[in-house]
Design a protein around this ligand. Structure first.
Ligand code: MLT
Length: 391
């Protein structure tokens, strides 16, 4: 057998694939597992979006190859969304490309910019695809610690100058997965200045920009003056419209990055099935009450989870955005041993912080994307096995 390519050998198994296997094993052994693991909305895609997909499915032209960079109508809907929601003007032909979910675009942008041994700045902890995409492209991640004392923002001034000079990409993601932190417009302005100084492409993952609470409305990185000259933003229909399985997203912003990503993709995939893109147009252009209702539901779950964790001894503030809680593990545990303990003793799956990088040690993530009664049941079980915790 030929040897597997080194860059694939270096790739760790995908975090949520490992967790899925663990859940399947436990269920096969008869355990009633409750998963607070992957952030996969449990409610169905809203009806008006499903109806549009059904209607479009009956149109024969939609059964053929889609254009690889996306339907002009979908890219126009993305541009309208940016104008309406963030006051950002985008040229839909040149500054937007459709993606088969933002995950593949994030991995492929690393292929577009990194030659072997070149550096991408990757937050730690972060969504595993930033590092994974970099490694697959033959590049090297340089990790930027996200620490509680910095509000889980990277300290750009701490990046050694010689590393910043060698780096070509800076990955960022606010509202943040896994820490649920949010970024201010002044932080984004600092990012633009840093990218200009070191000639970097900023790749901002905005998957959670619509999942926010208590009246807070996160902004787009592209709304920062100068952002479009240094960066692209990855958008996703998955989280706001409960469409994770549909695989639909986009990249928008810097024209060269959009063009090169579209060119790479047209060589390796054939785009998104058109009925799905039409459903996406319906989602973006249609009534937004469904997004508000989902946020109200996550807010309710957030509040009851925060109250339960506080009763157990955690000192936590309710996050302003995302459907995650990022919590310190009690004393005597590592991230892994705590996650293992909860599965074994309570049948509850949480994600160990180390799944998102070395600096995730000492934390675990709870996802609120499960029916409220199951979340309550998970919290009751955790209280039963943990009692009062200390740190
Ligand atoms: C997560 O749980 O971190 C996300 O749902 C994973 C993803 O978006 O692929």
């Amino acid at each position: 057998m030929p040897a597997v390519a080194k860059r694939v050998k270096n790739l760790p198994p995908y975090l949520f694939a490992r967790i899925e296997r663990l859940i399947a094993e436990k269920r096969a052994a008869g355990v009633d597992v409750i998963s607070l693991g992957i952030g996969d909305p449990d409610e169905p895609t809203p009806e008006h979006i499903r109806e549009e997909a059904k209607r479009q499915l009956e149109i024969p032209e939609n059964h053929r190859y889609p254009t690889s960079v996306g339907l002009p109508a979908f890219r126009q809907a993305v541009a309208r969304y940016y104008a309406r929601r963030f006051g950002v003007e985008l040229n839909p032909e040149r500054e937007v490309v459709t993606l088969i979910g933002s995950k593949e675009g994030i991995a492929h942008i690393a292929w577009c910019y990194l030659d072997a041994g070149e550096v991408a700045l990757v937050p730690d902890p972060s969504y595993p695809v930033y590092a994974g995409g970099t490694i697959l492209a033959g590049g090297e991640p340089y990790y930027l610690p996200l620490l509680p004392e910095n509000g889980f923002l990277p300290r750009l001034e701490d990046v050694p100058t010689e590393v910043a000079r060698r780096a070509k990409i800076l990955f960022l993601n606010y509202p943040n997965n896994p820490t649920a932190a949010v970024a201010s417009s002044s932080f984004f302005a600092e990012v633009v200045a840093f990218a200009r100084e070191f000639d970097l492409l900023v790749c901002h993952d905005a998957a959670y920009v619509e999942v926010a609470f208590d009246g807070y409305r996160p902004s787009s990185f592209l709304a920062t003056p100068g952002a479009k000259e240094v960066g692209i933003e990855f958008g996703s229909l998955s989280k706001p419209y409960n469409m994770t399985g549909w695989r639909l997203g986009w990249a928008a912003g810097k024209e060269e990055a959009v063009e090169v990503l579209g060119r790479l993709k047209s060589n390796i995939d054939s785009g998104v099935f058109q009925p799905i893109q039409y459903a996406g147009i319906k989602a973006l252009d249609g009534p937004q009450e469904c997004v508000k209702e989902m946020n109200a539901l996550y807010q309710l779950r957030r509040d009851l989870a925060v109250a339960a964790f506080r009763e157990m001894g955690w000192k936590i503030d309710p996050p302003k955005a995302t459907f995650y809680l990022w919590l310190p593990v009690p004393s005597g545990f590592t991230s892994e041993s705590f996650a293992e303990y909860l599965v074994e003793e309570a049948g509850v799956v949480v994600t160990p912080g180390t799944g998102y990088g070395r600096h995730g040690e000492g934390f675990f993530r709870v996802s609120l994307t499960l029916p409220t009664e199951r979340l309550q049941e998970a919290l009751v079980r955790m209280k039963r096995v943990l009692g009062k915790v200390s740190f």
